[in-house]
Write a protein that binds this ligand. Structure first.
Ligand code: C2O
Ligand code: CU
Length: 435
């Protein structure tokens, strides 16, 4: 299904349909119940979709906590299959990472699991199933997790914008075949219908917004053009930029996030550029004028408390191999990392706590991959050899090589895998251990 066109249906005529994301400021333990839900993914009147969700909705509730606070979540599984939740991007206590078979047992249908962890970094994160993720995330088991700064930047609205695509029948039915090998061997399961889902429907001209973009799709890399607003990029993957950056091009690999602070000049549109006219993903409407705009310079978010990389203790290479139109490899699955498909018995590398490693990620395949490391953020090394963006997921296009620098300071067993979830399912994953 490469090149499956996104269908326009009535999306383009729709004005400002926003997702009413229930928000929860977490003070007391909260039950998070995974269960079948029915979702209005197509426009009102175009049919509903049977999905999986949390507490009755997909996306699941937006969880909001203060930086440094503890989250206590009582996960209840009612989906009719094993599941577990992963807190993507949180530098978390390993036992709470939500990886069945590695950090916990899968939670059976009818079972529960208590997640309790501290969120050390302020920023934009998300949670999703890590059990048959290529199927369960596709079915809707995910939601935003926002960690607030003690002194957040002044804005009129703090807006979460989840971006997803779905493969739907005309009547809204989610197509099956999640484990389709043809999808796995190519770009993954791309949807034929896509949306950006802003948590706010209408704002005033002149309002200042914080936009938290999250690509929750299982396979699609989203380029996004933003119109009707001017501002800066202030964070990537939940980590503040040292200096805000002009909004040049927005590209989000699956699982990547971007925070923007913008001033609204007009109806705000999120478009997916195509060779023809752009495909509208979503919009935020305008009503009225802000009489006293915040205006002024957009400054950097407070710095994260992280350790800078030291002298290299390890210099490693990880080569992505396989897939359609790719070379042969020694692994048994469609994809492989260093000649091995699926989780190896021994970790790709072992680190003493606090060691710095450089990992050269070589994409020797015909497809893009978004490589994600659990429990840590890492620096991308720029083509000039300088220390670049601090992320938890890095997009490596076909034929590209990217070096990352990471201080492995969080003890435990951590996955390192492609976040094109079908690639992960068919071999592209490994793990590291921090002693
Ligand atoms: Cu967002 Cu291993 O996952
Ligand atoms: Cu991949």
């Amino acid at each position: 299904m490469i090149g499956t066109p996104l269908t326009r249906r009535r999306l383009l005529t729709c004005g400002g349909a926003a997702l009413a994301l229930p928000r929860f400021a977490l003070a007391a333990p909260m039950v998070l119940r995974a269960e079948p839900v029915s979702a209005q993914i197509l426009l009102e009147g175009d049919g509903v979709t049977a999905m999986l969700g949390l507490n009755g909705t997909t996306p699941g509730p937006e969880l909001r906590v203060n930086q440094g606070a503890r989250l206590d979540l009582d996960f209840e599984n009612r989906i009719g299959a094993d599941s577990a939740l992963h807190w993507h991007g949180i530098r978390i206590d390993n036992a709470m990472d939500g990886v069945p078979g590695m950090t916990q047992d899968a939670v059976p249908d009818g079972g529960r699991f208590q997640y309790s962890f501290v969120a050390p970094d302020a920023g934009t994160f998300w949670y999703h199933s890590h059990s048959r993720s290529w199927e369960q995330v596709e079915q809707g088991l995910y939601g935003p997790l926002i960690v607030e700064e003690a002194n957040p930047p002044q804005v009129d609205h703090d807006v979460t914008v989840l971006i997803d695509d779905w493969r739907l029948e005309e009547d809204g039915t989610l197509m099956g075949g999640f484990g389709n090998m043809h999808d796995f061997a190519h770009a993954g399961r791309l949807g034929n219908f896509a949306r950006a889902m802003p948590s706010v429907a209408v704002v005033r001209r002149g309002d200042r917004l914080r936009l938290r973009l999250i690509n929750v799709a299982t396979a699609r890399v989203f380029p996004v053009t933003l119109s009707g607003a001017q501002g800066k990029v202030v964070a990537l993957d939940g980590m503040p930029l040292a200096a805000p950056r002009d909004i040049t091009e927005i590209v989000l690999a699956p699982a990547q996030r971007m925070d923007l602070i913008v001033d609204v000049t007009d109806t705000l549109r999120f478009d997916f550029p195509t060779r023809e006219e752009p495909y509208e993903l979503g919009r935020i409407g305008i009503a009225g004028e802000n009489p006293a705009p915040i205006g002024g310079e957009i400054s950097a978010l407070p710095e994260a408390n992280v350790t800078a990389p030291g002298a290299l203790d390890h210099d490693l290479v990880l080569t992505m191999e396989g897939g359609a139109m790719g070379g042969a490899h020694a692994g048994e699955g469609i994809w492989a990392l260093n000649g091995h498909s699926g989780l190896p018995d021994a970790p790709f590398a072992r680190f003493q706590r606090g060691e710095t490693a450089r990992i050269r990620l070589i994409n020797d395949t015909a497809f893009a991959h978004g490589m994600h490391l659990h429990g840590h953020h890492f620096h991308e090394v720029t083509t000039e050899g300088e220390i670049g963006d601090f992320r938890d997921t890095t997009l490596i296009n076909r034929g590209e090589t990217r070096d990352i620098l990471c201080v492995f300071d969080n003890p435990g067993k951590w996955l390192l895998h492609c976040h094109m979830l079908g690639h992960q399912a068919s071999g592209m994953k490994t793990w590291v251990e921090v002693m």
